[in-house]
Design a protein around this ligand. Structure first.
Ligand SMILES: Cc1cc2nc3c(=O)[nH]c(=O)nc-3n(C[C@H](O)[C@H](O)[C@H](O)COP(=O)(O)O)c2cc1C
Length: 201
């Protein structure tokens, strides 16, 4: 059974990212996956303090919900991170999680340990933004690729939706809803994503 962890980094409850990730979650569960969604706005994950506490162990010493979050990431076969664009960036709560993967980076690159969590996983990014610019997602994709590398997730691609602003506006974008349903089905069945054209790699 595939373990799918979906992390929603939007602070807006019931917003576009929430709707997309709920659709994905529902479809993955229906497909028989072991899937869970976490709203970062509902947990407490502080940003990295650059305290060096992980330098010798590869373990973060901050005592907050980051510990459980990263334990769940470690168990996942597929990690989906979703964040709307805020000032051409991921949201600050998503960035806090990204920074906390520094302990994984230390484990991998300084301590030269094997795959983090004992296995590799797949990484998928989901994002929405209000504007239509061609380069809207360029910066965040770069960030997410570095994050996925730190947690030993092979970047599979991103589901990106431009021109989505009002709360719930994504519901009117039928193709987005269908793509999330299809993605959930594919992930649950452990199918190859190579032929899935909605993923911009
Ligand atoms: C603080 C803030 C900054 C934003 N910055 C951008 C931006 O730089 N580019 C953009 O296209 N949209 C920007 N947006 C719009 C959101 O990305 C958009 O409304 C999105 O649909 C919100 O998703 P959500 O409902 O999942 O939170 C911003 C919104 C907020 C609240």
């Amino acid at each position: 059974m595939t373990n799918i962890l979906i992390v929603n980094g939007s602070p807006r409850k019931g917003g576009n990212t929430d709707i997309l990730t709920d659709t994905l979650l529902e479809s993955a569960l229906q497909g028989g996956a072991n899937a869970e969604k976490i709203r970062l706005a509902s947990v407490k994950v502080k940003p990295c303090l650059e305290c060096g506490g992980c330098d010798e162990t590869g373990e973060c010493i901050i005592d907050d919900d980051g510990k459980e979050l990263f334990e769940k990431i470690a168990r996942s076969d597929v990690l989906v991170v979703a964040s709307p664009i805020f000032f051409y960036n991921i949201t600050s709560i998503t960035q806090a999680m990204v920074e906390r993967s520094q302990a994984c980076w230390v484990s991998k690159y300084l301590l030269k340990r094997g795959p983090w969590g004992g296995k590799r996983r797949k990484g998928i990014f989901v994002s929405v933004g209000a504007t239509k610019g061609k380069m809207l997602f360029d910066g965040v994709i770069r960030v997410m690729k570095y994050f996925f590398d730190a947690v030993d997730a092979d970047y599979a691609g991103a589901m990106l939706y431009r021109n989505v602003e009002a709360k719930g506006a994504i519901r009117a974008r039928q193709e987005a809803m269908e793509q999330m349903t299809e993605l959930g089905r594919l992930l649950a069945s452990e199918a190859e994503l190579s032929g899935f054209d909605a993923l911009e790699r």
